[in-house]
Design a protein around this ligand. Structure first.
Ligand code: AMP
Ligand code: ZN
Length: 437
């Protein structure tokens, strides 16, 4: 592939850093001006001309206030609107996994921008017109469904709006229409594997899959490897959140070394969540995003609660749009057990490196006799004889030992049969905290 045809939109993807900085500053100023038309930012920003004159460079964004999920909730439903209601053409509602939902609005121009961003993401990863794209995520209020759908059509792929679930039909569709590109959440990609095996389908032999766009929930490098190995495909990490349109905020390029944030549409900051001060590149902190190409509801310095870091240095692909590392999780997902801070994805990373472990697990936190216990319930893979107690004990010990090595806490490990843990077609629930609050 030559350099020129590896870009969907070279006018923004191939900019130099200084050109991108200039574009960002201009769009940031427009955004501040435009956002001040909304009831929320009118109150929050006060005299907008003062803010505008203080913005001399992109880093001056630090002089602007943060926006939080609580602000979006308090202003539900229309407080963030910067246009009149009759200019709106779409409404999504965020999944509300951590509290009351929030409403997200799009004008026609916003939908165009969003579809272009997703087409750009998928093109960057190698999808092309002529590919058949199967979208295995929920349609409806979840932004992953329609977001990818319109992006795929924009790119020119034959698009199958399969939605989530109905696994056997999904597999049949893949076979009948030679699906080459899929969008799927990681937990569902894992759940589909035994179903394919049960149907006698070996994806490497029987299907035409080439690429998968995988995101919407945290997953480890080990899960990426499992998906790539089983399906014989390349997996690209995809990050987004409803508050900032949905997917299409950051995406991996063929180098697969972090996700480029589309900096012509989003300003990226990483802050220390305690001091709220910026952290240097390479250091983990909370991701803060500002939309700079949005009409219906611009959002300034949104505290995502997602923890990641900027990967220092240049990407060999040539794009200067900075790269985010795999999300560690949301600050809300972190749990503390025996004084140790743990993210579910750290547990996953250990489990998925153990060959006897199957594709599903759940962490249960319980208080027993005033002592916090962590139970890791793990499906064994279908090659393990669940009747062989000695073998099970050996696996149990091995898992506990590996987890202790990584987390410095010894969990109770419970092994269960393949396909016996609750399945979810949407985002997986990896943590059940039964402790008294
Ligand atoms: P929602 O707005 O309901 O679609 O959820 C967005 C949230 O999903 C983000 O704030 C992240 O916490 C999570 N998320 C989305 N994509 C990824 C990804 N690739 N890796 C980890 N977490 C993700
Ligand atoms: Zn790159």
């Amino acid at each position: 592939m030559t350099k020129t045809n590896s870009y969907w939109d070279a006018s923004v993807e191939a900019l130099s850093r200084s050109e991108l900085d200039a574009l960002q500053l201009e769009r940031l100023k427009q955004t501040v001006q435009h956002a001040s038309l909304s009831p929320f930012y009118k109150k929050k920003l006060g005299d907008v001309s003062e803010h505008l004159s203080s913005l001399q460079s992109v880093s001056d964004i630090r002089k602007l206030p943060f926006t939080t999920k609580a602000d979006l909730r308090n202003e539900y439903p229309y407080g963030f609107l910067s246009v009149s209601k009759d200019e709106l053409v779409r409404l999504h509602v965020s999944s509300g996994t951590t509290g009351q939902a929030t409403a997200i609005f799009y004008t026609r121009a916003d939908l165009e921008t969003w579809a272009d961003l997703l087409a750009r993401c998928m093109y960057m990863a190698g999808a092309r017109p002529g590919d058949t794209f199967q979208n295995l995520t929920g349609y409806g209020l979840f932004t992953g469904g329609l977001g990818f759908h319109y992006g795929a059509e924009r790119l020119g792929m034959l698009t199958i709006p399969a939605g989530a679930g109905n696994s056997k039909r999904q597999i049949q569709l893949m076979k009948d229409f030679s699906t080459s590109v899929i969008h799927i959440i990681p937990s569902y990609a894992l759940l589909l594997m035994p179903i394919m095996t049960e149907m006698g389908i070996d994806p490497r032999r029987d299907l035409s899959l080439r690429l998968a766009f995988v995101g919407a929930e945290p997953y480890s490098e080990e899960v990426r490897r499992r998906i790539e190995d089983f399906y014989g495909i390349r997996v690209f990490n995809s990050y987004g959140l409803s508050e900032l349109n949905g997917p299409g905020v950051a995406f991996e390029c063929p180098e697969q070394t972090g996700m480029h944030v589309w900096e012509d549409a989003y300003l990226v900051e990483i802050i220390d969540p305690r001091t709220l001060e910026p952290v240097p590149d390479g250091v983990y902190g909370e991701l803060v995003l500002t939309s700079i190409k949005r009409e219906g509801m611009p959002i300034i310095r949104y505290r995502t609660k997602d923890l990641t870091r900027i990967i220092p240095g240049d990407c060999p692909c040539g794009r200067v749009h900075r790269r985010l590392d795999r999300m560690q999780g949301r600050s809300d997902d972190m749990f503390i057990i025996k004084g140790v801070n743990i993210f579910p994805v750290q547990v996953e990373q250990v489990l998925m490196n153990i060959s006897e472990v199957g594709n599903n697990y759940v962490i249960v936190l319980r208080e027993e006799n005033s002592i916090d216990t962590m139970i890791v319930r793990v499906e064994v893979n279908d090659r393990i004889f669940v009747e062989d107690m000695r073998q099970l004990q050996r696996i149990q010990k091995k898992i506990a030992h590996e987890l202790r090595g990584e987390l410095l806490v010894t969990p109770m490990v419970e092994l269960v049969e393949p396909n016996s843990l609750p399945k979810s077609e949407g985002k997986a629930i990896r943590l059940i905290d039964e402790r008294k609050k």
